[in-house]
Ligand binder design. Structure first.
Ligand code: PLP
Length: 341
């Protein structure tokens, strides 16, 4: 099957996965006719200046020194952050997304890998603790550390404390917050790294309703523009960039914040046992079943697709596009599954 045919196929499952618009909740109605907005950087209306202004406005919203729009995912943001930071000896989690290692290699860094325990109850990766950061920085002469917070399953780090430890040691902190793009817009979610880390990277497509592969790179350190120019095309997609502007404006609007509040309230009303600190990553498990078996039942019997599964549990990812109807369907399915012996 070709790509065009594949994209035309209807998916009839309920998606608790990325992308977080769920192919239903579309923030960007104006972009249905994409080609109308597909301009070049040489357009007479100076899109480069408009982009600069949009990014400047975004940095005010997030309270950062610089916020850059990315159309090649958090992957490009992490790589650019490492290059921009000028770090030479970097600490990297051994289970991090491959872009951490790739970025460090491209930046010519000396790499030291660290390991973290998993959360036994959920079989999931947990975020690094301040004590572990202290231990690592006392042991290794690093000038930079990259952490993943939250982890895929929603375990978040104490970013405030970690940033203080790094500042004291004069070590640059890069936070991969690919899964936490909603954090700056709700007090009910873990604290975002955007104001604390030297660099924070967020995927808008994963949870915040953005189109694949829109993302953000925030810096409170150097201007990452030069680093980005080393890895980005010189022919950016202005329609995609414009969706980022619209996405941020929506999240920051009363309507956007209300939608996020309602989502969190509804998830809370499900009264499921809490996994990590981020309740929008719903972790479920059942005694007698592995996470994989539970995932299979959800898919085969209830046509519900989850995002990530491990031996113990499975995770249903909620984003700004997750509707009440979807959550009610999930609740009913879980009630049935849990009541079965
Ligand atoms: C923790 C983490 N960081 C970075 C990335 C890369 O994000 P993107 O797909 O936006 O490039 C991912 C993707 O899954 C991820 O899980």
């Amino acid at each position: 099957m070709g790509l065009v045919s594949l994209l035309k196929k209807k998916n009839r499952t309920t998606l608790f996965t990325t992308p977080s618009h769920g192919r239903k909740f579309f923030i960007f109605h104006k972009f249905y006719q994409w080609y109308k907005y597909d301009i070049s950087e040489t357009d007479t209306h100076d899109p480069q200046e408009a982009l600069k202004q949009a990014e400047h406005k975004a940095s005010k919203i997030y309270g950062t020194r610089y916020t850059k729009f990315l159309t090649n995912g958090s992957t490009s943001g992490v790589i650019a952050a490492i290059i921009s930071s000028g770090v030479k000896k970097i600490l990297i989690w051994d289970k991090a997304h491959p872009c951490h290692r790739n970025g460090a290699i491209l930046a010519g860094c000396q790499i030291t890998e660290y390991t973290l325990p998993i959360n036994e109850k959920w079989g999931a990766d947990i975020a690094i603790t301040p004590a572990k950061v202290k231990e690592l920085l006392n042991k290794y002469p690093a000038d930079g550390i990259i952490i993943t917070t939250p982890t895929y399953e929603g375990f978040a780090a104490n970013i405030k404390e970690i940033s203080l430890i790094c500042k004291k040691k004069n070590v640059k902190l890069i936070a991969d917050e690919a899964h936490g793009a909603l954090y700056p817009f709700s007090d009910e979610l873990p604290e975002s790294a955007v104001k604390y880390a030297d660099y924070t990277i967020q995927s808008l497509h994963k949870t915040a309703g953005g189109l694949n592969p829109t993302a953000l790179l925030h810096s409170n350190d150097n201007d990452p523009e030069e680093a980005l120019s080393m890895i980005n095309t010189t022919s950016p997609s202005y329609p995609l960039l414009a969706t980022i502007e619209a996405n941020i404006n929506f999240l920051n609007s009363k309507k956007g914040r209300r939608k996020l509040d309602n989502l969190i309230k509804f998830i809370k009303s499900l009264k499921l046992p809490q996994g990590g600190e981020d309740i929008t990553k719903i972790l479920i498990k059942k005694e007698g079943l592995t996470g994989y078996q539970l995932s299979e039942i959800l898919f085969d019997k209830y046509k519900i697709e989850d995002e990530k599964t491990n031996e113990v549990s499975t995770m249903l990812l909620c984003g700004i596009g997750t509707s009440k109807r979807m959550l009610i369907k999930l609740k009913k399915a879980l009630e049935e599954i849990y009541s079965e012996k």
